[in-house]
Design a protein around this ligand. Structure first.
Ligand code: NAP
Length: 263
């Protein structure tokens, strides 16, 4: 295969991506990574308007179009408005990255029903609601690629911190990925997920503040590579799933965890 052909496989020029929860962390890095391959990007956020505006400015500095839209993905009206505004402004959504997610740790016996429901609402309802709205658009427009950020926690019960609601919500994201891939193949829509292991973000930094030894004693120790990951280490999988490179890949969950779930 020529270099030119290989390069073209990952080219996203002229494509529009919507990334939820893109004001920081994994979502921000994926938004920038898609833009670096040529995509225009809609940057969704829940509350951090200033940070979303910085991500937009970074993408525009690459010569791409970008737009920040505030929306709580767990709310049906917000999810529908997010997608309507994105299509209105950009004309099309070719790529959806369902990244927004939260963790509310608790022992199962102490978990409040409110926290359980909030976790499901953001992590699972949010993926369903935004996918449904984007799916309707993609069906009408002739196809696209949906990528959801699941987790290794959808495959294993990670330890020592306890967050059953999070684990169950991510297992749901993985199954929803397979269901949507099956239903929407006839519309030219591919639906896949990435299941990261521990990735250093502000989310994990909050845990590290309280438990400084957790990487050495648990998170890195569990991974055969003996470390946690960086957000940039998820970009190439996201680009692969977004682009023509993955034209025969659908319903797949790509685990990127430094080997943590191997044993
Ligand atoms: P993070 O740093 O806490 O960032 C979360 C992002 O989601 C923020 O941009 C936040 O927006 C947004 N968000 C939260 N609730 C939202 C809502 N209701 N509607 C719209 N946006 C919302 O998290 P992260 O570590 O980057 O994680 C990103 C995703 O990867 C999550 O789905 C997480 O479960 C998954 N994941 C993370 C790891 C890890 O080790 N970090 C491992 C596996 C999977 P605002 O800033 O505006 O509030």
């Amino acid at each position: 295969m020529s270099t030119e052909t290989t390069g073209g496989l990952f080219d996203l020029t002229g494509k529009v991506a919507l990334v939820t929860g893109a004001s920081r962390g994994i979502g921000k890095t994926l938004a920038l990574g898609l833009a670096a391959q040529g995509a225009d990007v809609v940057v969704n956020y829940a509350s951090a308007a200033d940070r979303a505006a910085e991500v937009v400015a970074e993408i525009e500095a690459m010569g791409r179009r970008a737009l920040a839209i505030k929306a709580d993905v767990s709310q049906e009206a917000d999810a529908d408005r997010l997608v309507a505004e994105a299509v209105e402004a950009m004309g099309r959504i070719h790529i959806l990255v369902n990244n927004a997610g939260i963790v509310l740790p608790a022992n199962a016996e102490d978990q409040s029903l409110d926290d359980w429901r909030r976790t499901m609402s953001v992590n699972l309802d949010g993926v369903f609601l935004v996918s449904r709205a984007v799916g309707r658009h993609m069906i009408a427009a002739g196809g696209g690629s949906v990528i959801s950020i699941g987790s290794m926690s959808g495959r294993i019960v990670n330890w020592p911190f306890r967050h059953a609601a999070y684990n169950v919500s991510k297992a749901g994201v993985h199954m929803l990925t397979k269901c949507l891939a099956t239903e929407w193949a006839e519309h030219g829509i591919r639906v896949n997920a990435i299941a990261p292991g521990y990735i250093r973000t502000e989310l994990t930094d909050e845990v590290l503040k309280e438990h400084p030894g957790v990487v050495r004693d648990h998170w890195a120790k569990g991974a055969v590579q003996n470390r946690i990951g960086e957000t940039r280490e998820l970009v190439s999988a996201c680009v692969y799933l977004a682009a023509e490179s993955s034209s025969f890949t659908t319903g797949e969950i790509i685990t990127i965890d430094g080997g943590l779930t191997l044993r």
